[in-house]
Design a binder for this molecule. Structure first.
Ligand code: SF4
Length: 366
């Protein structure tokens, strides 16, 4: 590398660290923000259950004159999250029940979730893993993952490893390169997936060093987590372009959140901008999980189905996410609709078209 290139790499590496340092890293840092008195006192209490953190770039997206700002709603503790509702769970999708060794969940035969860290660049109020992030709370060490790697090595049916957490891309380049190399050494693993909010909340972290740490033998799919079109900015656009041009496949999963994106207009704009501007395929729209203290952000399934149906009618297939529920007790993700089948009469199916009209389709088989 030339000295010039070295300097640029050092600048890129310090920019994201500065962004974190200038943001909110602890509940006491909220004192510098123009919060309502109710938010301020809720923050003290809520932060005991779920940490508070946001990089400056992401905080700067908030319109502080709007109490219902969709970015604010995702990261600033609300008094409503102090109210727990019957039916809410510590571990909404049963990660722990399907964890045969520490830092790994094995729910489906061909894939595992690997948790290299339980720390994130941002702490989202709605996170379904918030109890783990607070109670386990540990970062990355090579030793902490060794048992999980041995488990994957011993099971040739595992083809996909999904790094999740915590946020894997909040780790340093060196740690990411180590993890990638260790997984690549397991011959039967074919795909590395990374679930991350970093391109959304800390786009400066997408540096040449990070890209280099992830490139190797395996196809890498990066699943981002944009929830609102306001999160799509020149900085997130640059981050996604960098990842795309490095050859990674980009998908997005959003969570349906009341007061953030629960209108067809908000979801339509999000999905179109993801695909058209970022080149990120909308993959899943998740129904809100049963995370504690989140009743005020959940919609009903019927409301979600109505939104998914309206999106289906407005958007092309490539812009349309699948509306899913990750079932409690480890039942996995199931699509919730919309369903266009009205009835079946023998070989005839009565199916509702996108125009609302019914057609009959007959099974014609040899
Ligand atoms: S970044 Fe992901 S894991 Fe971390 S708090 Fe947000 S939703 Fe949860």
């Amino acid at each position: 590398m030339t000295t010039d290139t070295n300097l640029k790499a050092a600048d890129a590496d310090s920019a994201w660290k500065d962004d974190i340092r200038a943001g909110v890293r602890h509940v006491r840092d909220l004192a510098s923000l123009p919060l309502s008195p109710a938010e301020r006192s809720a923050a003290q209490e809520a932060a005991v259950r779920h940490k508070v953190r946001a990089p400056k770039t992401y905080l700067d997206l908030i319109d502080w004159n709007d109490p219902a700002d969709p970015i604010r709603a995702q990261i600033i503790p609300s008094p409503d999250e102090l109210v727990e509702t019957e039916g809410e769970l510590d571990d909404p999708i049963a990660d722990h029940a399907f964890s045969p060794v520490p830092r790994l969940t094995h729910r489906h035969a061909d894939r595992v979730l690997l948790f290299p860290t339980y720390q994130c660049a941002v702490y989202c109020r709605f996170c379904f893993r918030k109890e783990s992030l607070t109670s386990i709370g540990r970062g990355y060490t090579r030793d902490a993952l060794e048992e999980a790697f041995s488990y994957i090595e011993a099971r040739t049916e595992i083809r996909e490893v999904i790094l999740t957490g915590g946020d894997p891309l909040s780790l340093p380049d060196k740690a990411l390169a180590e993890i990638r190399a260790r997984i690549e050494a397991i011959a039967h693993v074919r795909l590395l997936r990374i679930h991350t909010r970093v391109p959304v909340v800390l786009p400066t972290r997408i540096t040449p060093g990070l890209v280099g740490a992830l490139q190797g033998r395996l196809m890498v799919t990066i699943v981002t987590h944009f929830n609102h079109a306001r999160e799509i900015t020149p900085a997130t656009e640059l981050a996604c372009r960098t990842l795309r041009q490095a050859g990674f496949v980009l998908l997005n999963q959003s969570v349906l959140l009341k007061g953030v994106n629960d209108t067809v207009e908000a979801l339509e704009e999000l999905c179109r901008e993801l695909m058209y501007r970022l080149g990120v395929k909308p993959y899943y729209l998740h129904h809100g999980d049963l995370a504690r203290g989140m009743a005020h952000r959940r919609t009903t399934i019927a409301e979600g189905q109505a939104l998914a149906g309206a999106l289906r009618a407005r958007l092309s297939g490539i812009c349309n996410p699948v509306y899913v529920l990750d079932l409690p007790e480890g039942g996995g993700k199931v699509p919730l609709g919309p369903c266009h089948i009205e009835a079946r009469e023998g070989d005839n199916w009565r199916i509702r078209g996108q125009d609302g009209g019914e057609r009959v389709y007959r099974d014609v088989v040899g």
